[in-house]
Design a protein around this ligand. Structure first.
Ligand code: 2HG
Ligand code: ZN
Length: 457
């Protein structure tokens, strides 16, 4: 990287926050599971929206693209730098406002981790609803950009439903601050909603005004052993009757076995004893154990409260890491209307080569499957094609909560159809005409005027 560019970036954020050392850069250049690798000439760590705006100005003038990154727990390569782009690490934008108990909202910087946000909300007697295994590292900015989901979507919706407002910096350096958090506002289209799920391609999100929910301290969970996936799906109508239903997760036997083995714990139910497992969780202000127990009275499985429930969550939260410990899997995050889940799994299973290992888990209530295949080898591209094709043909999506990133960018037009894709591309071109922000993500056919190598010499 040219010394002129480095010194211009240092002038903006301070020398300590422009990291050029190869060892330090390396941790930002590969995602946490080692799926995507890239290179960046420099990691820049801005501490405010104004600094982000100034960094974008410097990079635009130098002809260098910018890739924003939060906790680097992405699963589709969307925040891994490509082709010499500057890596904009948002971790220093980590301020947290006092919890507003009147509106049940809080303002969080993009770099605040989900776990820290949850702890902050709980200290005020409230909670942040979006939750998943990578909570200790994943950040608010990443969650906004991917419209993250996780295990509590059945009750509280995805990230989009939590975002009351955003602060963001557009490619031209203009800063939009809409952090008032008005629950009712119909003054034209809602810019924050447009940015949720835009994967850093439309603007750099620097802060979010977020909805909080009651903190339900009384919990009870169950691991239900079903004969088949069809039986698991058919449990849903009765589970939805539970007034305090908080999560309905799916663990296929292989996922349960792998996570238990990784954690070195005895599976709560023998994985081989069922065709599919449903993990149900209830959370309330009063003990929900009896209502859960009576609803599941005729089912096989275990009821888990206290430490046993914690163990169920530990197992569920470790599936990704446990698979990662066995190799780098082909990973696809698809969703279909729940009634088609079984058809999807049959098509996926038929496409997996005999010597590969298929691990499926996910979020049952949303028909969201995490398809992980270890050892797919040369069959991986065809398998990927088959799985994504099946999801679309069954009326579903190729990304339920991980995003499109670079991993599925060549599929976005096919998923959306030409008219919707053209509209989205037009919005991108209007807001970021030179494709400065995260080129290659979502719109692979959009040229970037920013060279892989800086022109600032
Ligand atoms: C989860 O639900 C995450 O735990 C990760 O979305 C999914 O590893 C995966 O495929
Ligand atoms: Zn998930």
């Amino acid at each position: 990287m040219s010394s002129l560019l480095v010194s211009a970036l240092r002038d903006v954020v301070g020398a300590a926050h422009v990291l050029v050392d190869a060892d330090v850069r390396a941790t930002y250049e590969t995602d946490w599971l080692g799926q995507t690798h890239g290179t960046t000439p420099a990691v820049v760590r801005p501490g405010s929206a104004q600094e982000v705006a100034a960094v974008l100005g410097v990079c635009a003038a130098a002809g260098v693209a910018v890739v924003p990154q939060g906790g680097n727990t992405g699963l589709v390569g969307g925040s891994v730098p490509r082709g010499g782009a500057v890596l904009l690490s948002m971790q220093r934008c980590s301020s947290l406002s006092t919890v507003d108990t009147l509106s049940m909202q809080v303002t969080a910087g993009a770099g605040v981790t989900i776990e820290h946000l949850q702890q902050h909300a709980r200290a005020a007697g409230l909670d942040f609803a979006v939750d998943w295994g990578a909570r200790a590292t994943a950040t608010v900015g990443g969650a906004v950009n991917t419209n993250a989901g996780g295990s509590r979507v059945v009750r509280f919706g995805t990230m989009r439903a939590q975002v009351m407002g955003l602060q963001a910096v557009f490619a031209d350096g203009s800063i939009v601050t809409q952090l008032e958090g008005l629950p009712k506002e119909t003054a034209g289209p809602h810019l924050p909603s447009l940015l949720v799920g835009s994967e850093g391609t439309l603007a750099v999100v620097t802060a979010a005004r977020l909805r909080l929910v009651p903190w339900f301290r009384a919990t009870a969970a169950a691991l239900v052993a079903c004969d088949s996936l069809v039986d698991a799906v058919s449990l849903l109508p009765q589970l939805r009757q539970l007034p305090n239903l908080d999560a309905v997760e799916l663990l296929m036997p292989e996922a349960l076995a792998i996570a238990c083995k990784f954690l070195d714990v005895r599976p709560p139910v023998a994985p081989s004893s069922a065709g599919a497992f449903v993990m149900v969780d209830c959370a309330a202000h009063h003990d929900p154990t009896d209502e859960l127990a009576s609803l599941l009275a005729n089912e096989r499985g275990v009821l888990a409260v206290g430490a046993q429930r914690d163990l169920l969550y530990r197992i569920r939260d470790h599936v990704t890491i446990a698979i990662g410990a066995l190799g780098v899997p082909l990973k696809l995050d698809v969703a279909v209307p729940v009634q088609h889940l079984d058809r999807l799994v049959r098509r996926v299973t038929a496409a997996v080569p005999g010597d590969a290992r298929l691990v499926i888990f996910g979020h049952l209530a949303e028909g969201n499957l995490h398809v992980n295949v270890l050892g797919a080898g040369e069959a991986a591209p065809l398998l990927r094609e088959r799985v994504l094709e099946a999801a679309i043909e069954l009326g579903g999506t190729i990304s339920a909560e991980h995003g499109i990133g670079v991993a599925k960018a060549d599929w976005l037009e096919r998923l959306k159809g030409p008219a919707a894709y053209a509209a989205l591309r037009a919005i991108k071109s209007a807001l970021d005409p030179t494709n400065l922000l995260n080129p290659g993500v979502l719109y692979p056919d959009l040229p970037t005027r920013h060279d892989p190598q800086p022109r600032f010499t």
